[in-house]
Unconditional design. Structure first.
Length: 283
């Protein structure tokens, strides 16, 4: 077991006083048999009334409601977690799904259908042609091997770039540019594996990068694929490997753009500037 501390600070500065609308916060990691929260604190200025709920995909969501105008909004979270996913390859795939291709059982297909929605026709054509470099129909391959091969292909053939702009590049844009951020790579991986018949979803969270532990970091993104017998398994094309103990998931969604850490609105004529600091350290 490893323990990590994550500090996430977000500052919104406005050029004039504004009225703050409700803000949605996705900052509390997803607890399960692999990850346990030891402590969690959330501080917001100006004062806000917080309502917590779990959304349809099981994410822990905080809604912050404000009653006072402000010229600055500060949101600070600090969490200590216990991470038990130290052997990410220690799982068994159901016999019928060991080799690719396979079909999900009918009972699973209904539940997985939102995560198997194919991209548009042009994107499907582009990705199917691109996938020929990863796997050709008729080649005998194990399911995990194929997914890992695709993960490594994105990592080895595309250039990682930090993008401060909001939003996610389309798969077509990422392939055309030959570069992207972690969220862009995650979406490309998702769209590609859906073309292969897999169920996939987007994950936002944090990554512990030991060489960067004393510097300001950022949030991270990767993808999960549903493997019968193994469940949802994470693959991170940014680093070219399966998700392990250094990955800390916060929120999942079938849509890549649906789970930013903080989203909200304000009323007024002021312009805003956002500054974010994230620190992930082993403790």
């Amino acid at each position: 077991m490893k323990r990590y501390k994550i500090i996430h600070r977000t500052y919104y500065n406005y050029t004039d006083t504004v009225t703050l609308g409700a803000h949605q916060l996705l900052l509390r990691p997803r607890e399960d048999h692999e990850l346990r929260i030891e402590s969690f604190s959330l501080q917001i200025t100006p004062d806000a009334k917080i309502y917590w709920h779990r959304d349809v995909e099981g994410n822990s969501v905080a809604i912050a409601n404000f009653s006072n105008p402000a010229q600055q909004l500060t949101i600070e979270s600090e969490v200590v977690i216990q991470q038990y996913n130290e052997s990410p390859l220690d799982f068994l795939v159901a016999d019928y799904a060991i080799n690719y291709p396979f079909s999900y059982h009918e009972s699973d297909q209904f539940l997985l259908s939102p995560y198997r929605v194919l991209p548009d026709e042009n994107t499907r054509t582009l990705l199917n042609n691109w996938l020929f470099s990863v796997w050709r129909g008729g080649e005998a391959v194990q399911t995990y091997t194929l997914l890992q091969r695709l993960t490594e292909t994105i990592h080895n053939t595309l250039v990682y770039k930090v993008r401060e702009e909001p939003g996610v590049q389309s798969a077509e844009e990422t392939l055309s540019l030959g570069s992207g951020s972690c969220r862009d790579f995650a979406l490309l991986f998702m769209e590609a594996v859906k073309c292969l018949g897999f169920a996939a979803r987007f994950v936002s969270g944090y990554l512990h990068a030991p060489l960067m532990s004393d510097q300001v970091g950022s949030t991270h993104a990767w993808a999960e694929v549903y493997l019968p017998g193994g469940g949802w398994k994470g693959f991170d094309p940014t680093i070219g490997d399966i998700v392990g103990t250094d990955h800390i998931p916060v929120a999942v969604s079938r849509l890549a753009e649906a789970v930013p850490p903080i989203s909200g609105s304000y009323a007024g004529t002021a312009e805003s500037k956002m500054d974010v600091g994230v620190w992930v350290s082993e403790c």
